[in-house]
Ligand binder design. Sequence first.
Ligand SMILES: *Cc1c(COP(=O)(O)O)cnc(C)c1O
Length: 360
Amino acid sequence: MPFRPHYTGLIENYRDRLPVSDDTKLISLGEGNTPLLRLNNIPAVLGKDVEIYIKYEGLNPTGSFKDRGMTMAVTKAVEEGSKAIICASTGNTSASAAAYAARAGIAAFVLIPEGKIALGKLAQGMMHGATVIQIKGNFDEGMQLVKDVAEHAPVTIVNSINPFRLQGQKTAAFEIVEELSRAPDFHCLPVGNAGNITAHWMGYSEYFDDGIIKARPKMVGYQADGSAPFMRGEMVDNPETVATAIRIGHPQSWDKAWKVKEESQGWFDECTDAQILAAQKLLAEHEGIFCEPASATSLAGAINDINSGKIPEGSMIVCTLTGHGLKDPDTAIKQSTSPMLTVDATLDAVRDAILNNMAD
Ligand SMILES: *Cc1c(COP(=O)(O)O)cnc(C)c1O
């Protein structure tokens, strides 16, 4: 029988590229090593000759890329003797923080905007035993409160302002390069706090500086138009979008992300909520890939730019799908148009339901 080594997570995998020592106790849930899926059907739907790959980060242990950063942040917090972590979150950071804190046997405090977090994410935070603090405010207000309270309580902040988060997240770029044997021409991401686009650029740049790749991708960051500070060129005070994971008006990695845009010769752009939901549905119906709305922003934006020619035909594109579709069942069910039939429990009724709904 052929054997392959037991996969024990991204820190172990990229130990020599991450700030850990031989003595560091790793807090891991087997994160990273996510599929890079080539889209088989959507390019034909668009009628464009483009090679699009999806980095399916929703398949991390808690269902989002946040786990890549959290394994590093919690590992380092534990190494430094911390007994509690804290974050503000639109949902996924809290789910991840709660899980890794449970794994480490330390406490987690999570601040979330009341009523604006997807159901699956709330369930995760609660289930993993975090202290969930709902605030009557948005993410940006929660983030400020976390920064303030960390000066008055013995808690380690695990938002992406924690530099270990970005260290962990840069490994997604390593994985992509290893599978493609090169960097893509364009790497498209949804942008909230802009930590992830910054971390990917760090990863590509590290491989570039070491001569592993000859070119780096243009980094393209997409926001929802109701929550697009990078398009406005200034902070947005009341961000609104169906893509709750990127409902952020005061990005924490503001300066870093502008630098990524400049250095990579990429750009920022915005999508409407309708375009985001359409891209989410396109992936689900034509490729069998289910992501949450915020994640679909990367493909929605890429589609706009492919259609306009800004991303030319013949390009190789990677779109990061940041979180799993099961995170937000409410939005998915609300926008689904698939037939849901209720029929009598008889052979005739079920047969008719099938025959009447067969595609011609
Ligand atoms: C956190 C998150 C984002 C935004 O990432 P940033 O690093 O804040 O830009 C996008 N999509 C999902 C699903 C997220 O959880």
